[in-house]
Structure formats: structure tokens, C-alpha cells
Design a binder for this molecule. Structure first.
Ligand SMILES: Cc1cc2nc3c(=O)[nH]c(=O)nc-3n(C[C@H](O)[C@H](O)[C@H](O)COP(=O)(O)O)c2cc1C
Length: 193
């Protein structure tokens, strides 16, 4: 494990409404790995925040725009993610894709698209974490969420450092020791400069 400066900042966006659920358990293991490797971690539990959906007003795309015009808790997330070296997107699979809590936040990152077609997340390291009740990637629809994030971050030019995902069909995700180890390791990787 490579030790890093404690200045490495990681933001975790947690998109399950279940504060003690599997997604939080998995995301917290990533956080534990990152903190062990010397990083600073800030977590956002999206369910408890007041975040409106993007209304497609396009104000954020006007030449002198200073970001999104909606005044809500996204302001904190905008600030924290811009300062972050790495961002983790964690959510349960709902209806064969990412949860609405996380999709809503993804839409609001439209405000970070720059006039030249770039994005203010370019170059940041990305981690992904998903839990689902189905048998596997295809059966659960987790593959759709993965594909959506792969396409989004290829467009944004932010490299996906790693992803962890697993079924909770057999009970708590904590029982899946191999997955928990992978989550811890992803935390280490995200913390490395
Ligand atoms: C509204 C809803 C929709 C769901 N849709 C799916 C689905 O499409 N595929 C799947 O495999 N599991 C689905 N599940 C199961 C959850 O993804 C699974 O239980 C997940 O681990 C819950 O995470 P949590 O413990 O963090 O809440 C759904 C659960 C809910 C509540």
C-alpha cells in the first residue's frame, strides 16, 4: 500500500436512502481504505439533502454563467467535488439502473460542462460502488448503471480508477469478504496521488 499526503481529498456521494444498508457498508469500506492510506474523506448522504432535479433552464451554459442557478444543497456538493481529487459514486440498483437519488445529482453536474465542451471534473479519479438484489450484473441491471457511468466519465475525461459491486440477495454485503476487501483496496487506490 502506497502512503500518501493527507491532502488527498475524496468525496463520497452515497445514493441509497438506507443509512445502515448495504450501499453505505460498501461505501464506508472504500472510505476506510482511503483514510488508512492517508486521504481525507467527505461523505454526502443524498437522501437527507434538499436537492432539486435539473430543470434544463440552460442558465449554467450561458457565456458568463457562474454555475447552477438553483439554490439548494447541491451548492455544498459542487464545492466539495470541485476541491476533490477523487469522487466515489455509490448507489443501490433500482429498476435496473442507478437510484434516483444519484441520478438527480448526476444531472445537476451538467452545470460543470464548460463552454468548450469540457467538464470541470476532467482528470479527477472516479470510484463506483453498486449493490443489487439480483443474481449478477445482467440479471440485476447493474450493467446499465456501470455503462451509464462509463459513458459519462469517458465524455468528461475523468478516469474510473475502479468499481466494486455485489448482490445482497443472500443477506448483508458484509458477508461477502472478497467484495469488502476489493472495496478497501479501491479506497487505497483512490487515495494514491
Ligand atoms: C425501489 C427498488 C428497486 C429495486 N430494483 C432492483 C433492480 O432493478 N435490480 C436488482 O437487482 N435489485 C433491485 N432492488 C434491490 C436493491 O438494489 C438491493 O436490495 C440493494 O442492495 C439495496 O441497497 P441498500 O441496502 O443500500 O438499501 C431494488 C430495491 C428497491 C427498493
Amino acid at each position: 500500500m502506497k502512503r500518501v499526503s493527507n491532502k488527498t481529498k475524496i468525496v463520497i456521494l452515497q445514493g441509497s436512502p438506507n443509512a445502515k444498508g448495504n450501499t453505505v457498508i460498501l461505501a464506508d469500506e472504500i472510505a476506510r481504505g482511503a483514510v488508512t492510506a492517508g486521504a481525507k474523506v467527505e461523505k454526502f448522504f443524498l437522501q437527507n439533502l434538499n436537492i432539486a432535479s435539473c430543470n434544463a433552464c440552460q442558465s449554467c451554459q450561458e457565456p458568463k454563467a457562474k454555475g447552477c442557478v438553483i439554490d439548494d444543497d447541491m451548492d455544498e456538493i459542487y464545492k466539495a467535488t470541485l476541491e476533490a481529487d477523487a469522487i466515489v459514486f455509490a448507489c443501490p440498483i433500482y429498476w435496473f439502473t442507478m437510484s434516483a437519488q444519484l441520478k438527480q445529482v448526476m444531472d445537476r453536474f451538467y452545470a460543470f460542462v464548460t463552454p468548450d465542451g469540457g467538464h470541470r471534473f476532467a482528470g479527477k479519479r472516479i470510484g463506483l460502488a453498486f449493490t443489487f438484489g439480483g443474481d449478477d450484473l445482467l440479471d440485476s441491471g447493474c450493467i446499465n448503471a456501470i455503462r451509464a457511468f462509463q459513458d459519462a466519465f469517458a465524455y468528461i475525461k475523468a478516469p474510473i480508477t475502479g468499481m466494486v459491486y455485489g448482490s445482497t440477495g443472500a443477506g448483508s454485503i458484509r458477508k461477502n469478504k472478497a467484495l469488502m476487501r476489493k472495496a478497501l483496496e479501491l479506497g487505497h487506490q483512490l487515495a494514491a496521488k
